[in-house]
Design a protein around this ligand. Structure first.
Ligand code: FES
Length: 157
């Protein structure tokens, strides 16, 4: 069962923009992967159901592409939007601060595996740029102070 959160709302909106067309599967898989950082069974099953496709087909397409991950990368996942609006509003500076503070590189995880950092394309919330997602929470108009503080709290919790 997928949790009803902001990521799911964004994914749903992206699918709607594609009119739930099966031909948009790869595009939708990319978007979902960027939002969640990896695929699990419930996410792929959800996409299959919404696009009215057999789950085995969705899984088959997803597993064909090596850049997709199927295991939760770290205990906590930060995903930073690198779309144009977020870039212009200084997301790069926030990413650099996360890398320095937590000893993690974009696309990778901390040595203890507790934190992973990803960059994504536009998540469709440009008015709130820059956007950083920490686990289930999308932080809009993010500043490095707020994000670092939030991540510290997640790591302590
Ligand atoms: S560019 Fe980041 S939400 Fe659109």
């Amino acid at each position: 069962m997928l949790k009803e959160d902001r990521r799911l709302q964004i994914l749903e909106r992206i699918m709607r923009e594609h009119n739930y067309q099966r031909s948009a599967l790869l595009e939708i898989l990319h978007a979902a992967h960027e939002l969640y950082g990896y695929f699990d069974k419930s996410l792929l099953a959800y996409i299959a159901e919404r696009l009215n496709l057999p789950p085995s087909h969705v899984y088959g397409v997803a597993s064909f592409y090596h850049l997709f991950k199927f295991r939760k990368p770290g205990e906590h996942i930060i995903s930073a939007c690198m779309g144009t609006a977020c870039y212009v509003k200084g997301v790069e500076e926030i990413i650099a601060a996360i890398e320095r503070e937590f000893d993690v590189k974009r696309g990778g995880s901390t040595p203890d595996g507790r934190l992973s950092l990803f960059v994504t394309r536009c998540i469709g919330a440009c008015a709130m740029a820059p956007n950083i997602t920490v686990d289930d929470e999308v932080i809009g108009r993010a500043t490095k102070e707020v994000v670092l503080e939030r991540v510290r709290r997640f790591l302590e919790g």
